[in-house]
Design a protein around this ligand. Structure first.
Ligand code: ATP
Ligand code: MG
Length: 367
């Protein structure tokens, strides 16, 4: 186990900049999730850390060692690939100890570590089988077992659950959390699934186009996205963005939104006025709006567009003028499309962003 520092990593393929100035510091034993859409450079970062990609720039430090120029085999890293990459011609046991054999670890020690890992991953009954005789989830466990028997300083996982069906994913997610709690191996876990990131990560680094745009706790990434991209990538349904212009109503600061007014605190108004020309986006999570069928003070009048029951709750889509808003409402909420609804926004939870750049406008007392 070790702390890990990635400094200014850059990777290019011809003219394509796959990874652009990525820096991360991961604490000893921490579980860091690298989250971002397809093609943003997640796998490239992981492969660079593993030593499988040559960097144009940057430095990688694991514990006290600068491994930037070390061969993959000397970095004390283990990697779990999306495709599992278990050997089909080897039994589970031989798959698990494969790396240990390569490293000429004594046979008794191989046995001991394999037993320990098999116990942890609950695959003790499968050690004599071939991979073809396993389910996807079991194969995935074998891949994880094979990585952890190496006692790596750093564990890298690239979308390890993406080949599993939804239920199995959920189960393995819980399992990975438990395994990490027991082993406390420093881990970088790559995914494009924001739910997986929120549930597994002790920290989340959000990537976009080769860069890290936010590096924070899951709660902060969700509640306080650094920009519009993060707000819309994380959360399902994503954060709403209402376009507005800073103004005043009855002598009080307010955001004019499609001809209506959204109250703004004095402090927020000052920050918004200082930030630019007054054109802002109000970023609002769907659960921070309450809908009612009658007029409410300070509510935005809207028209119901769609009502989608989701079991435990219902998703209301409504139009405020030409702007569409998604609202989480109680399961028993009823409205017909076209019917007027009133939306009250929890002002304290609004995240304001610059309408032009999408960057967050920090308010006093927050960041
Ligand atoms: N060998 C390569 N040659 C040229 N371009 C590459 C190569 N490998 C990756 N790229 C490009 O680098 C960028 C980052 O790719 P990468 O595989 O790291 O993305 P990713 O975030 O892992 O995406 P996904 O979620 O789809 O796996 C992409 O634009 C990709 O097309
Ligand atoms: Mg990838």
């Amino acid at each position: 186990m070790a702390e890990v520092r990635l400094e200014h990593l850059r990777k290019t393929y011809g003219k394509v900049v796959a990874v652009d100035d990525v820096s991360l510091a991961i604490d000893d034993g921490q579980f860091l999730v690298l989250l971002g859409p397809s093609g943003c450079g997640k796998t490239t970062v992981l492969r660079a850390v593993a030593g499988l990609e040559e960097l144009a720039r940057g430095r990688i430090q694991i514990g006290a060692r600068d491994v930037t120029r070390l061969a993959p085999g000397r970095r004390r890293i283990a990697m779990v690939f999306q495709s599992y990459a278990v050997f089909p011609h080897l039994r589970v046991y031989d798959n698990i100890v494969f790396g240990l054999r390569m490293a000429r670890v004594p046979a008794a020690e191989q046995r001991r570590r394999a037993d320990e890992a098999a116990e942890l991953l609950q695959i003790r009954d499968l050690l004599d089988r071939y991979p073809a005789q396993l389910s996807g989830g079991q194969r995935q466990r074998v891949a994880v077992a094979r990585a952890i028997v190496m006692r790596p300083d750093l564990l890298l996982m690239d979308e390890p659950l993406s080949n599993l069906d939804a239920l199995l994913r959920l189960h393995m997610r819980t399992e990975l959390k438990r395994i990490h709690r027991e082993l406390r191996v420093t881990t970088i876990y790559v995914t494009h699934d924001q739910v997986e990131a929120l549930s597994l990560g002790e920290r989340i680094a959000v990537m976009q186009s080769g860069r890290i745009v936010q590096d924070d706790t899951p709660a902060r990434v969700y509640d306080a996205p650094a920009n519009r991209f993060v707000g819309s990538f994380i959360g399902s349904p994503p954060m709403n963005f209402l376009e507005g212009r800073l103004g005043a109503r009855d002598g009080r600061a307010a955001l004019s939104v499609s001809g209506q007014f959204l109250a703004v605190s004095v402090e927020a108004a000052a920050a918004l006025a200082a930030a630019g020309d007054g054109a802002v986006l109000a970023g609002i999570r769907p659960e921070h709006i309450t809908a009612s069928l009658g007029p409410e003070p300070e509510a935005l009048e809207a028209a119901a567009v769609a009502i989608e029951p989701l079991g435990a709750q219902t998703l209301l889509t409504a139009a405020v003028g030409a702007q569409v808003v998604k609202v989480i409402v109680p399961a028993d909420f009823r409205a017909e499309p076209g019917q007027p609804v009133w939306l009250r926004v929890d002002g304290a939870r609004v995240r304001f962003m610059d309408a032009r750049t999408g960057g967050v406008i920090p308010l006093p007392g927050s960041r």
